[in-house]
Design a binder for this molecule. Structure first.
Ligand code: ATP
Ligand code: MG
Length: 321
């Protein structure tokens, strides 16, 4: 097992009050696994990514156990965390500019990333060979004129270019776990497909695991082996992607899937789940999805269901207890 999370709670302490965003989360990810983390806005997807990569801002507090690549993420020192990021884990931030250093040229940052990997895997490359490898990686993410890109500072690039540079950094680093937070939103559909293929190939070649965070269930379907459906900081459903998409069991998953334009069941009509996600400051008492769930019955608003395994699926729903 590469990543093992037990009883993770994450809260934010803000002027509006303290609220718990992630609640008793358990998650295991194997080497080479491709996981999609899907869910509506504010469901806690980026928060989870930040916890795993030890990048949670100071207003956030994480409790529980997060073991990644043999390291106890919540307990390690700042110095250990610096080495851990980039080697064990690399996170492509939702705003990819945050993954780059604003005062260093893109080329130098990419060469540094390659050096981190070279040192780790005892590869001896000359300066010329390193440069060539960086240029090749830039070309592989379909960036034209890679020489010019290398000489630029991050703010001199367009959003789509920054996104591709950061993906390129992941390709050069080859971390054990890549957390990619909406990594292709600024790219057009063709480039998106190419990047997804590139990441999948790299994962196959190097056994890199990927947590792919996205709103886009259709893209998640193409990329992942397993899908994790988040709602109000809880895993509502987890299962093999093909199986889960074919036969969603949690009413929330069914609603999410029905709202994809290419979904098999919606026959041209676009569905959207009625209502909106609850505020973390006043979460409903029982299952957090109850107010929006068309299958809700008495028990649902009474107490919150626990995660259970049912037909090879992890589910948090009273329909399956
Ligand atoms: N730095 C922060 N300080 C206070 N609250 C935060 C902070 N970051 C996130 N939150 C809150 O935590 C909740 C989960 O946010 P998060 O960004 O993890 O959601 P998300 O699923 O990534 O959403 P999106 O799809 O919009 O990116 C939200 O209610 C958000 O307002
Ligand atoms: Mg997010």
């Amino acid at each position: 097992m590469l990543l093992s999370i037990r009883n993770l709670d994450v809260s934010y302490n803000t002027v509006a009050g303290t609220y718990k965003v992630i609640d008793s989360l358990n998650l295991d990810i194997d080497k080479g696994e491709l996981i999609a983390l899907v869910g509506e806005s504010a469901s806690g997807k980026s928060t989870l990514g930040q916890v795993i990569s030890r990048m949670l801002p100071p207003v956030g507090k994480a409790r529980g156990q997060v073991l990644l690549d043999g390291m106890d993420v919540l307990k390690m020192s700042e110095k250990e965390a610096t080495n851990f990021r980039g080697t064990s884990v690399f996170m492509i931030f939702q705003n990819p500019l945050n993954s780059l250093n604003p005062v260093k040229r893109v080329g130098d940052q990419l060469l540094e990333a390659l050096n981190v990997r070279n040192e780790r895997s005892h590869r001896n490359l000359s300066d010329e060979e390193s440069r060539r490898e960086v240029l090749e990686a830039l070309t592989s993410v379909r960036l034209p004129d890679p020489e010019k890109i290398m000489s630029r500072y991050p703010h001199e690039l367009s959003g789509g270019q920054v996104q591709r540079v950061v993906i390129c950094m992941a390709l050069l680093l080859q971390p054990k776990l890549l957390i990619a937070d909406e990594p292709t939103t600024a790219l057009d559909v063709t480039v998106q497909a190419q990047v997804v293929t590139l990441l999948k190939d790299l994962s196959k070649k190097t056994e890199m695991s990927i947590i792919f965070i996205t709103h886009d269930v259709a893209l998640a379907y193409v990329l992942s082996d397993k899908m994790l459906v988040f709602y109000a900081g809880r895993v509502m459903e987890k299962g093999e992607t093909l199986d889960l998409v074919k036969k969603p069991m949690h009413p929330y998953t069914a609603g999410l899937l029905a709202s994809i334009p290419t979904g098999p069941k919606n026959k041209g009509r676009l569905y959207s789940i009625p209502g909106s996600p609850p505020s973390y400051l006043s979460l409903p008492k029982g299952c957090k999805f109850t107010p929006r769930c068309k299958f809700a019955f008495e028990k649902c608003s009474g107490s919150e269901p626990k995660s259970v395994m049912a037909s090879n699926r992890e589910l948090r729903c009273w329909l399956y207890e």
